[in-house]
Design a protein around this ligand. Structure first.
Ligand code: GLP
Length: 261
């Protein structure tokens, strides 16, 4: 696991966007794993800028969302499918139908989860999976105590996560769905490169537990310690409880540019 500490959240965007640029240059038909939440928005803005100003193209790429609320109507603005289109994919050149998410309106949610894992596999697997992290260490919507080997499936959101996400629903927790379909931790672990971002003091404990604590379903993102290619990008605040910051900083400062992340 590589840990990169940046001064400010906005400093993470070019570092992460460069990994996408290298991937799409080498493999235009790459498969991207996309996350919602506020954390990746700076990266998406930088990718949009590179598309507009530097010709970065997603025309041959495909994308899979991490998760989706269950039961939100197809035209609801807070469906993750709508969110990602508004914040990222609608501003670049993905082909129609190239961006998909778990079907939170399926009648058979178990089958929909299974079909989603199959679709990722059929696409050749995810090349870069971008991830945020919940204050309780959740990854996608894998709440604490999720199976570390889980696949895309139905999950119940914790009251804390519903409270955290109420800000997108006019501050009204009763409007936040109770269930979701989410890629499992086992699904996420099959991505070839996992990049997790965490910003702000509210994420500091989760970052400490997941990066330097024991691998445990109590802190779901700790499973990334077992990932062969995981990069964690945090700002000073989110890194404030880490023990080995000197080592992380020195390692990244001494890294040759050609190596990338
Ligand atoms: C939701 C999403 C997660 C995201 C988390 C943190 O629970 N399902 O993928 O990591 O929110 O959100 P934010 O980035 O806004 O802090």
């Amino acid at each position: 696991m590589e840990v990169i500490i940046v001064d400010r959240p906005e400093d993470a965007a070019p570092i992460v966007a460069e990994a996408y640029t290298r991937l799409l240059t080498r493999k235009p038909a790459a498969v991207l794993g996309l996350a919602t939440g506020s954390t990746p928005l700076g990266v998406y803005a930088e990718l949009i800028r590179r598309h507009r100003e530097e010709g970065l193209s997603f025309a041959e790429a495909r994308a899979f969302l991490l998760d989706e609320y269950v039961g939100l109507p197809a035209d609801h603005p807070e469906r993750y499918r709508a969110f990602i289109e508004r914040e990222f994919t609608g501003h670049v050149d993905f082909e129609p139908g190239a961006v998909v998410g778990p079907d939170g309106l399926a009648e058979d949610l178990e089958a929909a989860g299974h079909a989603y894992d199959q679709a990722i596999k059929a696409a050749g697997g995810i090349d870069i999976q971008i991830l945020g992290i919940g204050a309780d260490g959740h990854l996608a919507f894998n709440m604490p105590m999720s199976s570390l080997a889980s696949r895309t499936r139905l999950k119940t959101l914790t009251p804390k996560t519903r409270q955290d996400n109420a800000r997108f629903f006019g501050g009204d927790i009763t409007q936040v769905p109770t269930h979701c379909l989410t890629q499992g931790l086992g699904t996420i672990m099959e991505s070839r490169h996992a990049i997790m971002l965490g910003f702000g003091r509210g994420k500091a404990q989760a970052i400490r537990e997941c990066v330097e604590g024991a691998v445990s379903s109590h802190w779901p993102a700790s499973i990334l310690q077992m990932h062969p290619h995981a990069t964690v990008v945090v700002d000073d605040d989110a890194a404030s409880q880490l023990a080995f910051t000197g080592y992380y900083r020195a390692t990244y400062a001494g890294k040759p540019t050609w190596q990338g992340i």
